[in-house]
Design a protein around this ligand. Structure first.
Ligand code: AMP
Length: 421
């Protein structure tokens, strides 16, 4: 137990953390291009926020939350997603008073008691966007394009954007009853979960992954055929904007977010080579959520991208960059007297901005040279007793093998001309 992490968690080790930093940097870059600024909310929130903000009939709330009482007796939940928390912060800090829309992004861990498998973890990380305050379809198109641009900037091109509209509280009740009529005589053959969804949340039956349910719902009436004028117009304009932005999409009537505060646009981006966990991004409009959380009615839309899945995709496609830490200089003291002088040179190098290191394990000269090679150091600075006596060091170019004796005072200047030309 003590040497194994909890099921569904993963350590990000030094060999891979560089890949994470690379992907996070790309996310920040694309957010910057699109005018989205970072928001960091706590990892835990009051449970009530998620009950309201995600919906009590969702799998997340029913089965997947890490909920506990803290020592003060409050019910606390580790965030299973971040939209509700961002909305909470938006209201708490009156971000609506700034020029709308609020364009926000976040990167961080989420927690769900899910069944762990490749691409599915209990602690996982999402990069997400929330755009709060704009109701027109242009912002929908913008965030979809942002997600696509981010994934493409990493070299992921085989993306499939699935698109749907889930209507609004105006048109959905009609669709709901049309759908219930269609499902009524199939009810007893649906899975248990879907049977219980029939009254509470029938649209969710459409995205059940059980084979029996999928086949029974073939030919079901589609939300897009029941949209009110406003939703229909929104959807049509969105499709026009995406086409203008050169973004291909596939209509998927099964893509649903069955809660009242999810409205209009729903989308998912899949990366097929990932296999069963191919969804890398899920998003949609939530025009009723801010009011549900206690604010003035305010439209909003967002998405979340699963970082682990993006990294899996990059690994699969050999798209991970070379992030091996390359040292500028490796400092090698020979003998005890040289230790302090070498340490001072090391400190000076680092102060001047060189990536520099030395041995801390009393290794032999040969082993230290090996280490310098392992870290692909461009230069070794070798300091022996003789050098200490003359205040100098041997500067060795690790690629050419060329070496020269150089005064401590001249070392930084020399390196500067060697490295920076
Ligand atoms: P969701 O918040 O459920 O809409 O998920 C958005 C994205 O987060 C998905 O498309 C996945 O890429 C990722 N994701 C969701 N749940 C998990 C999980 N348990 N493990 C890893 N990634 C996940």
């Amino acid at each position: 137990m003590l040497t194994t992490g909890p099921r569904g968690t993963k350590d990000i080790l030094p060999d891979t953390s560089g890949f994470w930093q690379y992907v996070e940097k790309k996310a920040r870059e694309v957010c910057n291009l699109f005018g989205y600024r970072e928001i960091r909310t706590p990892i835990f929130e009051h449970t009530e926020l998620f009950l309201r903000g995600i919906g009590e009939t969702t799998d997340i709330v029913e089965k997947e939350m890490y909920t506990f009482s803290d020592r003060g007796g409050r019910s606390i939940t580790l965030r299973p997603e971040n939209t509700a928390a961002v909305v909470r912060a938006f209201l708490e800090h009156k971000l609506y008073a700034d020029t709308p829309p609020a364009k926000l992004f976040y990167i961080g861990p989420m927690f769900r008691y899910d069944r762990p498998q490749a691409g599915r973890y209990r602690q996982f990380h999402q990069f997400g966007i929330e755009a709060i305050g704009a109701k027109g379809p242009a912002i929908d198109a913008e965030i979809i394009i942002l997600a696509t641009q981010f994934l493409r900037s990493l070299g992921l091109n085989e993306l499939v954007l699935q698109l749907n509209s889930v209507g609004c509280p105006e048109c959905r009740p009609k669709y709901r009853s049309v759908l219930q009529e269609f499902l009524r005589d199939k009810l007893s053959n649906l899975c248990k979960d879907c049977q219980s969804r029939f009254d509470r949340n029938p649209m969710r039956i459409l995205d059940c992954k059980q084979a029996e349910c999928t086949s029974l719902t073939q030919g079901a009436p589609q939300m897009v055929d029941c949209l009110c004028d406003e939703c229909n117009q929104h959807f049509t304009q969105l499709k026009t904007l995406l086409t203008a932005g050169n973004i291909e999409f596939k209509l998927n009537p099964r893509l649903v977010r069955g809660l009242d505060y999810y409205t209009k646009t729903a989308f998912e981006i899949q990366y097929a080579p990932l296999g069963s966990q191919s969804a890398v991004c899920g998003g949609g409009r939530y025009d009723g959520l801010i009011a549900e959380c206690g604010g003035q009615p305010t439209p909003g839309i967002g998405f979340a991208i699963g970082m682990e899945r993006v990294l899996l995709a990059l690994e699969k496609q050999n798209l991970l960059p070379d992030v091996m830490n390359q040292y500028d200089v490796f400092v090698i003291p020979l003998g005890e007297k040289a230790q302090a002088a070498a340490f001072k040179v090391l400190c000076d190098l680092r102060k001047s901005g060189y990536i520099a290191d030395m041995d801390f394990m009393d290794r032999s000269l040969k082993a230290q040279m090996k280490l310098a090679n392992k870290f692909s150091a461009q230069y070794a600075v070798i300091i022996g007793d003789d050098e200490v006596a003359t205040n100098s060091a041997v500067l060795k170019n690790m690629q050419t093998g060329e070496q020269q004796q150089i005064n401590f005072d001249e070392l930084l200047k020399k390196l500067d001309t060697e490295v920076n030309g």
